[in-house]
Design a binder for this molecule. Sequence first.
Ligand SMILES: *[C@@H]1O[C@H](CO)[C@@H](O)[C@H](O)[C@H]1NC(C)=O
Ligand SMILES: *[C@@H]1O[C@H](CO)[C@@H](O)[C@H](O)[C@H]1NC(C)=O
Ligand SMILES: *[C@@H]1O[C@H](CO)[C@@H](O)[C@H](O)[C@H]1NC(C)=O
Ligand SMILES: *[C@@H]1O[C@H](CO)[C@@H](O)[C@H](O)[C@H]1NC(C)=O
Ligand SMILES: *[C@@H]1O[C@H](CO)[C@@H](O)[C@H](O)[C@H]1NC(C)=O
Ligand SMILES: *[C@@H]1O[C@H](CO)[C@@H](O)[C@H](O)[C@H]1NC(C)=O
Ligand SMILES: *[C@@H]1O[C@H](CO)[C@@H](O)[C@H](O)[C@H]1NC(C)=O
Ligand SMILES: *[C@@H]1O[C@H](CO)[C@@H](O)[C@H](O)[C@H]1NC(C)=O
Ligand SMILES: *[C@@H]1O[C@H](CO)[C@@H](O)[C@H](O)[C@H]1NC(C)=O
Ligand SMILES: *[C@@H]1O[C@H](CO)[C@@H](O)[C@H](O)[C@H]1NC(C)=O
Ligand SMILES: *[C@@H]1O[C@H](CO)[C@@H](O)[C@H](O)[C@H]1NC(C)=O
Ligand SMILES: *[C@@H]1O[C@H](CO)[C@@H](O)[C@H](O)[C@H]1NC(C)=O
Length: 398
Amino acid sequence: MEARLIAVVLFVCSVCHFTEAQLPAPTALNTTITRTTCGSSKLCVSTPGNCDPSGNSSCFFSSTQLSSTVLTVEISGSTSGYVALGLIATTNLTQPLNQGVSAVFVCGNNNNSFFFQTATQNGAQLTPVNTSTINITSIQGSVMANQSLVQCTFNITFNSTFTQLPFNVTILNGTTNGTALGNLTTIFSSGPLDLANPKSNIPVLNITRDGCGSSKLCFSNASGCNPAGNSSCFFSSVQTKSQNFSFELSGTKAGYVALGLMKQNSTVVFICGNDTTGGNFFFQTAIKNGTSLTLTNVTTVYNNQGVVSKNQTLIQCIFNTTTTLNFSTKADDTKYQVTIMSGTTNGTQLGDPAVLYDSKTAIDLSDPTALNPSSSNAVSLCTNVLAVMLSALTLRLL
Ligand SMILES: *[C@@H]1O[C@H](CO)[C@@H](O)[C@H](O)[C@H]1NC(C)=O
Ligand SMILES: *[C@@H]1O[C@H](CO)[C@@H](O)[C@H](O)[C@H]1NC(C)=O
Ligand SMILES: *[C@@H]1O[C@H](CO)[C@@H](O)[C@H](O)[C@H]1NC(C)=O
Ligand SMILES: *[C@@H]1O[C@H](CO)[C@@H](O)[C@H](O)[C@H]1NC(C)=O
Ligand SMILES: *[C@@H]1O[C@H](CO)[C@@H](O)[C@H](O)[C@H]1NC(C)=O
Ligand SMILES: *[C@@H]1O[C@H](CO)[C@@H](O)[C@H](O)[C@H]1NC(C)=O
Ligand SMILES: *[C@@H]1O[C@H](CO)[C@@H](O)[C@H](O)[C@H]1NC(C)=O
Ligand SMILES: *[C@@H]1O[C@H](CO)[C@@H](O)[C@H](O)[C@H]1NC(C)=O
Ligand SMILES: *[C@@H]1O[C@H](CO)[C@@H](O)[C@H](O)[C@H]1NC(C)=O
Ligand SMILES: *[C@@H]1O[C@H](CO)[C@@H](O)[C@H](O)[C@H]1NC(C)=O
Ligand SMILES: *[C@@H]1O[C@H](CO)[C@@H](O)[C@H](O)[C@H]1NC(C)=O
Ligand SMILES: *[C@@H]1O[C@H](CO)[C@@H](O)[C@H](O)[C@H]1NC(C)=O
């Protein structure tokens, strides 16, 4: 009996050795994978966005960091099965990294022990392959938290040095049965991303006053507010093209900055916030009911991007919507009362908004000149000018 067991063990080990000849044996991961240095020294992707791989809630995460010829990869997933990183080269770097070449790196749970595999993706299936052309070294991995978390890290050594590594990136997951991989689900997909650039997936928004009053309609709580400058102010702009609004929003306040569009007593609110759990951007839409916000899915919003920058003091975002918002009746009805608001965040929970700017009347968002001094809205501007003059006068009197 004992002899038979030994024979089986020997057999299994020789099989392992044979099929994984190209891969070094994994060692236990002796650190935990975290978001620390994401965006500064490593490129991070995750689902949900900005989730914490060392936290308690579900998180699928991967990072890459290039140092000379070595790419260090981290993968983490809240799974009892496997989590995998899929990479597809989007340009010809050099052999074996030609355009379209794809590789999947799988970190999995084999009955409470860690295993690593390289694979190719065929539809919903992962086929283990020997990627002998990719030099993978120092694989570390662990199955943790009562088989609910798999984490691993490894190095890929290139023969040439690269300054850019543009790849399409996916995160995949699935079940395991031993080391057999169940069908995959793609839970994250983006690209091309430059694996060598930690900021590759952090947008550069470049929100400026350029074009205010001529090509875009601008709103702000302080005259001359320059969203690209260092002043502490709130700014928003809109450009209308073929029944689509393109909005910019910028504000300097901890928490969130929001744009409200009101029609018939209903205010749709677009929120660009700072998730205080990680200091990262999030986007949400809501309806303003009285003084508070009720999260609502505004289905006409698409393509939002944002960033919390300047040492965490500035929140900026851009987003598009069709001109037909939830409540508007006609696609060409572009008149809304505009407010800029801000409030606090706790995680992604929103405090009540304070109104910082209010257009008071409905403004035609499709007219970049709608608030120019010469236009029909001059009255409100004159009032502002008068107020400024009055306060100046008051100051002089003092
Ligand atoms: C972690 O593992 C690496 C590589 O195996 C080793 O060099 C290092 O000393 C280990 N660190 C600790 C704290 O065990
Ligand atoms: C990478 O992704 C982009 C956007 O999804 C896609 O257009 C492109 O074809 C992909 N490239 C490759 C090589 O798969
Ligand atoms: C990339 O390399 C492959 C194989 O060498 C070649 O067939 C392909 O045309 C190249 N693509 C580009 C965009 O250079
Ligand atoms: C896995 O995917 C294959 C082909 O994509 C499909 O035929 C098969 O039914 C799937 N298996 C499961 C368990 O969903
Ligand atoms: C790197 O170079 C060595 C020796 O020249 C060669 O054996 C190996 O296949 C090359 N590796 C890659 C990934 O191109
Ligand atoms: C992986 O590569 C990084 C960067 O070159 C290096 O610091 C680290 O020591 C390597 N890991 C191991 C275990 O060799
Ligand atoms: C793989 O990379 C290691 C350094 O990380 C290097 O020593 C070794 O020669 C490389 N092997 C091949 C086949 O390129
Ligand atoms: C894959 O990830 C999704 C969440 O994105 C989760 O609901 C699902 O249970 C995961 N599946 C496995 C096998 O880990
Ligand atoms: C796991 O694999 C074993 C043997 O390969 C098979 O007998 C068993 O039915 C599989 N279990 C599941 C849940 O698919
Ligand atoms: C920002 O946009 C302005 C035009 O609005 C352009 O002149 C400038 O070059 C852009 N700057 C960057 C860094 O993209
Ligand atoms: C964002 O949240 C972080 C905490 O994670 C905080 O340090 C930072 O000041 C906040 N910034 C803004 C603009 O809300
Ligand atoms: C908007 O609200 C005001 C006061 O709450 C009310 O007098 C007015 O009729 C409402 N208008 C519409 C279009 O619902």
